[in-house]
Design a protein around this ligand. Structure first.
Ligand code: ATP
Ligand code: MG
Length: 349
């Protein structure tokens, strides 16, 4: 059986603010096997970054964790002392942050920044660490790495800087690599290059990966499992195949609907109508009800439980209750399935 590296169980995170308590993460559970990749997908504000910052012990000082467990190799990280967190960060678990600019030190040579975790966590001597930094620079596709190892961040383009940030995250040879929207700050062509590089890396390294994105489109070829987040909760959780070919939650349908179709007239990015609820006062019932065109009366009254679709697939929607009327995903999603199956057939021929 695969080794479980991480089990997040019933995690709740609140933030104390002047306006009241923001219930940012509510009852989040997921797990990760060694070497596996999980994608966390959801709109802005759904709680993706807070979930992963909690895993690094890096939440803002107004955060409270009233409930939950973060079992890393069976040990609950929420019981960590600050010293234990420092040992873990950049070593056992490392994170590529959303904004590459803030994660590089403008006053320090890039090669030294990559070598630093090697000296700090792996006990390497400076020379050995710099040699390894050079290897890492090559691994993340920095051209003429030898020539550029002494460069400073401002001498590099955004895409190259993001590669440097990825090299730093890899330097400690982490068990878990968290990538928080590693490409959003970059333009589209560079985004594709970085994703391509990350897919190649994924084949080579043994780390488990938590990959955060608001775009289901980049998830298909990359992740094993998908957690769809909405308003601080995981509303659907399954293997990539289950989420793409058998999605059950109307919010997941909305995300699939909003993926642009390549070479189609409908190549517009459509977003799901409406806005997420206020997490200071989460609504009664299902948090997605107000935006759900299939909402039932009960959605406005009672929170749905997780319904099991398969042993690896859960969704939190009353539509899965045996008493609910049968509704199906949109024609657009069905057209997409048709297209994917044709593409697969084309590949097989
Ligand atoms: N320090 C804080 N104090 C109060 N609220 C916070 C704090 N940090 C995060 N939040 C709130 O927690 C919720 C989840 O935020 P989070 O940053 O995890 O969203 P996200 O899914 O990563 O969004 P994005 O795609 O924009 O990065 C948001 O409503 C946010 O406003
Ligand atoms: Mg975020």
């Amino acid at each position: 059986m695969a080794e479980k590296i991480l089990e997040v169980k019933n995690l709740h995170v609140n933030f104390k603010t002047y306006a009241g308590q923001v219930k940012a993460i509510r009852n989040v559970s997921f797990d990760l096997d060694k070497g596996q990749t999980i994608a966390i997908v959801g709109e802005s504000g759904s709680g993706k970054s807070v979930t992963t910052k909690t895993l690094m012990g890096l939440n803002a000082s107004n955060a409270e964790i009233p409930e939950g467990q973060l079992l890393y190799k069976g040990k609950d990280l929420l019981k960590n002392t600050e010293v234990e967190w420092q040992k873990l960060r950049g070593n056992e678990i490392s994170m590529i942050f959303q904004d590459p600019m803030t994660s590089l030190d403008p006053t320090m040579q890039i090669g030294k920044q990559i070598a630093e975790p090697l000296i700090k966590h792996k006990g390497m001597k400076k020379k050995e660490a710099l040699a390894r930094a050079l290897e890492l620079m090559k691994q993340v596709g920095i051209p003429d790495a030898e020539k550029h190892i002494k460069d400073y961040p401002h001498q590099w383009s955004g895409g190259m800087r993001q590669r440097a940030v990825i090299a730093i995250a890899l330097a400690g040879d982490p068990e878990i690599l968290i990538a928080d929207e590693p490409t959003t700050a970059l333009d589209v062509t560079i985004q594709a290059q970085i994703m391509h590089m990350m897919s190649e890396l994924q084949q080579r390294i043994e780390s488990s990966i938590i990959f955060i994105t608001h775009d289901l489109g980049v998830v298909a070829g990359f992740a094993d499992k998908v957690a769809v987040m909405y308003a601080g909760e995981i509303v659907e959780y399954g293997t990539v195949e289950e989420i793409f070919y058998n999605p059950q939650h109307p919010y997941t349908w909305g995300l699939l609907d909003s993926m642009p179709m390549v070479d189609s007239d409908a190549d517009r990015l459509v977003s799901i109508p409406g806005t997420p609820p206020d997490l200071l006062n989460p609504p009664k019932g299902d948090a997605f009800a107000a935006r759900n065109k299939y909402a039932l009366d009960i959605d406005f009254e009672e929170e749905p439980p997780y319904f099991e679709v398969s042993p690896t697939h859960y969704a939190k929607t009353w539509l899965l209750d045996s008493r609910a009327p049968k509704v199906e995903p949109s024609d657009k999603i069905k057209a997409r399935w048709e297209r994917w199956s044709q593409m697969l057939k084309g590949e097989a021929e």
